[in-house]
Write a protein that binds this ligand. Sequence first.
Ligand SMILES: [Mn+2]
Length: 258
Amino acid sequence: MFVMGDIHGQFDKMCAALLTAELIDPAYNWRGGTAVLWFMGDYFDRGPDGIAAIDLIRSLQGQAAAAGGRVGALLGNHDVLILAARQLGQRPSSGPGGTFLASWRNNGGEESDLAQLTDERVAWLRSRPALALECERLLAHADATFYQVYGRTIEAVNRNLGALLQSDDTRAWDLLLDYFSQRRAFQDRDLGPARVGRVLALYGGRQLVHGHTPIPKLADLKPQDVTAPHVYADGLAVDVDAAMYMGGPGFVACLPNL
Ligand SMILES: [Mn+2]
C-alpha cells in the first residue's frame, strides 16, 4: 500500500511525489492500476492550492476504482478548520481569534481555498473517515489518542464525527478542534509504545500510520532531508508527514506488507 502525508496546499510537490511513485502520469491520470493509496488528511492551509489537491484526489478515486485499485482519504484537523470557517464563520469559538473564521485564518487559511469550497467539495470533506484499517495497519491523521472519545470502533468514530460535521453545535466543533490539536502522544520512549498498543488493541491493526506532526518534529532531521517515513515506538508507529510546507520535497511512502 501507498501512503501520502499532509499536503497543506502543496499541490506541485504532491504531484511530483505521485509521479515519482508512478501512481499518476504527467497528465495527472491514475496509473497505479490495482494499487491502494491513502492520503492522510490536512489538504488545506499553509500552502496555496488545497482545492487543487482535493480535486485531484477525488478524480483519482474514480479512476482508481475503475482500474480495480483504491484511493482513500482521511479527515485532518485543517479540513475540520476550513469546514468550520465556512459553516460557522463569525460564530464565537474558543480557538485563536475568537471566531471559527479567525481560528482558521490564524492556522494558515488561504482565502482562495475558502472561496472555492463549493457544496460538492464540502460534502466530500464531511464524508472523510477519521480512521481506517488497511493491510493490517490502522490509519489516523493525528498522533493522538482522542479518537476513542468518539467511539470504540472505527465505524462508530467515523459515524459520530461525520454527524458532528453536519451539525451547528459550536461547542462540539470547538471540542473536536481542541482534541485534534493534540500530537506527539507516542513519542515518549517509555510510554509511547504502550500508548500505541492500546490504540491498536481497541481499533485493530498491527501498526499505526499517521501524519499531523511533521517528521522533523519527531526525528532529528531537517525538512529538506525528509524523504521517507519515520518508524518509531518500537516499530508500532509510522509518521508519514513529509513536512512539505516547511520545505520538505515530499514523498509517497510504499509500505511493505506486514
Ligand atoms: Mn494535522
